[in-house]
Design a protein. Structure first.
Length: 301
């Protein structure tokens, strides 16, 4: 596997994350049943349910399907945590409730305890770790541009003085703002609430590009563009965005349970099967960097 500049940065970040997880997981797994000292597990036991934060339209990660049920790759992985919680609390019939989240409310809903585990498309950044705890990394992507297939735009620099849609508060918006300042591009940002709205603005020529995580807009272009082939994802990766699930800070007992559930899925190969279920039909085979992330985070019990 040949690694360019961003590839090297990604692998270094994955290795660093793995080492931090290893240190945090050096203590033995709690053997007791019940919530123990975990505030989150006590809350779940009192509610009689674990609440999962989900996105409404982040296909195939976290979304509401045609049957109006919460579904997706991130959700399937988080259900491994639900299984671990049920076993720990000896509650095989523990209910699962879902709360819709977006880029502006997801962190507050985690920090105030409304949701117990956020399962969407949130990038794991050190600055965000000041507010929330993260699970191991389960996807690696980066910021790219969604444009009309016939567009002459190939890189962010080609958008000088043009209109670009972005999710407010996202790492994608931050990347455009930074490059806008550094290169004096004069890009005009237009804020949208979700991916479908951003793509629609591109399709209707209301903006020249929609900036978002590459994997999400690749999936949209492959499955939702009308007519087929009318949209394209272009440009170098402007950011490194590793996805993880969020939970409240300060509850190491619950965080360890989450890390162990993900490590089990990585070690057993279950995570690769879940990936194949959601991405193989889209023509997006698992890449070497994500496989490496699974393997370095598959910590033994």
């Amino acid at each position: 596997m040949r690694l360019g500049k961003f590839g090297i940065m990604r692998m270094a970040s994955i290795a660093l994350t793995a080492s931090l997880v290893a240190v945090a997981s050096a203590e033995p797994l709690p053997a007791q049943q019940g919530p123990g000292n975990s505030v989150i597990l006590k809350r779940i036991l009192e509610r009689g349910a674990i609440d999962i934060g989900h996105r409404e339209a982040s296909v195939p990660f976290s979304y509401i399907n045609d049957e109006q049920k919460v579904d997706g790759y991130s959700v399937d992985l988080c259900m491994k945590v639900v299984d671990a919680v049920r076993q720990r609390l000896n509650k095989p019939d523990l209910k699962v409730t879902f709360t819709s989240i977006n880029v502006t409310n997801r962190i507050p809903l985690v920090t105030n305890g409304t949701i117990d585990l956020e399962c969407g498309t949130t990038s794991n950044f050190l600055t965000r770790q000041e507010q929330v705890e993260f699970s191991p990394i389960y996807y690696v992507t980066g910021t790219q541009l969604l444009v009309k297939a016939a567009s002459a735009v190939k890189e962010i620099e080609d958008l000088k003085g043009r209109r670009v849609a972005a999710l407010q508060g996202s790492s994608n918006e931050a990347a455009v703002r930074k490059l806008n300042d550094e290169k004096a591009l004069g890009v005009q940002l237009v804020y949208v609430k979700d991916l479908p709205e951003g793509a629609l603005l591109v399709e209707n020529d209301r903006v020249d590009a929609f900036v978002a995580d590459g994997v999400q807009i690749k999936v949209y272009a492959a499955t939702k563009a009308r007519p087929a082939g009318s949209l394209a994802v272009v440009g170098r990766l402007l950011t490194y965005d590793p996805y993880s699930a969020m939970m409240q800070r300060g509850d190491q007992d619950f965080a360890l349970l989450v890390r162990a559930a993900f490590a089990d899925a990585f070690r057993s190969g279950e995570a690769e099967k879940i990936y194949a279920k959601w991405f193989d039909p889209l023509g997006l085979k698992i890449e070497g960097e994500l496989l490496a992330a699974f393997r370095v985070q598959a910590l033994p019990r």
